[in-house]
Write a protein that binds this ligand. Structure first.
Ligand code: HEM
Length: 132
C-alpha cells in the first residue's frame, strides 16, 4: 500500500519528462559500454529508448502505450537472447544509477527506483557466472 502511494507520487513528481530524461541518459551510457553496449541493436537506439521509457511509464504511471505496442512485458522471455550474468546485471544497474544521478532523481523515488531496477535485473539473469 505504502509502496503504491510512493509509485503514484513518483509519477506525479517525475512526469513523463523525468522518465524520458532518465532513459535518454541511461542509453547514452549504454551505447559507450564495453560489456552490455554490444548486446543492443546498433541501428535502433531510439526504439530501445522508447520501449524502456514506455515500460517505466506503464509500471509507475499506468500509461498503457507500452502494452498497446508490445503486449504483456514478458521481460524474462524477451531477455533470453541476451547473456545476462551477474556482471551484466551489475553493469546495467550501475549505468542506470549513473543516469539517475545525472538527471537528479529525488529521494525517496531514487531509492524506490534503484530497488526496483536491482530486483528486476537480478530476476533477468539467465546465465551461470563464468568460472573464476
Ligand atoms: C540485467 C541486465 C540487462 C541487460 C543486459 C538488458 C539488455 C536488453 C537488450 C539487449 C534489449 C533489446 C533492445 C531493446 O529492444 O530495447 C532489452 C530490452 C528491454 N529491456 Fe533490458 N536488459 C537488462 C535489464 C533490464 C531491466 C532491469 C529492465 C527493467 C527494469 C529492462 C527492461 C527492458 C525492456 C522494457 C526492454 C524492451 C522489451 C520489448 O518490448 O521488446 N531490462 N534489454
Amino acid at each position: 500500500m505504502l509502496e503504491e502511494l510512493n509509485e503514484e507520487q513518483m509519477y506525479k513528481d517525475m512526469g513523463e519528462e523525468g522518465f524520458t530524461a532518465l532513459v535518454a541518459a541511461f542509453y547514452r551510457n549504454v551505447r559507450e559500454d564495453d560489456l552490455i553496449g554490444p548486446m543492443y541493436p546498433n541501428d535502433d537506439w531510439e526504439g530501445s529508448e522508447e520501449r524502456l521509457r514506455d515500460f517505466l511509464l506503464f509500471r509507475f504511471g499506468g500509461v498503457t502505450r507500452y502494452i498497446e505496442k508490445r503486449g504483456h512485458p514478458r521481460l524474462r522471455r524477451r531477455h533470453f537472447p541476451f547473456p545476462v550474468d551477474s556482471a551484466a546485471r551489475d553493469r546495467w544497474v550501475k549505468l542506470m544509477r549513473a543516469a539517475m544521478d545525472e538527471t537528479n532523481v529525488p529521494d525517496p523515488h531514487y531509492q524506490t527506483l534503484l530497488g526496483f531496477f536491482a530486483h528486476v535485473a537480478n530476476f533477468l539473469r539467465n546465465q551461470p557466472d563464468s568460472a573464476e
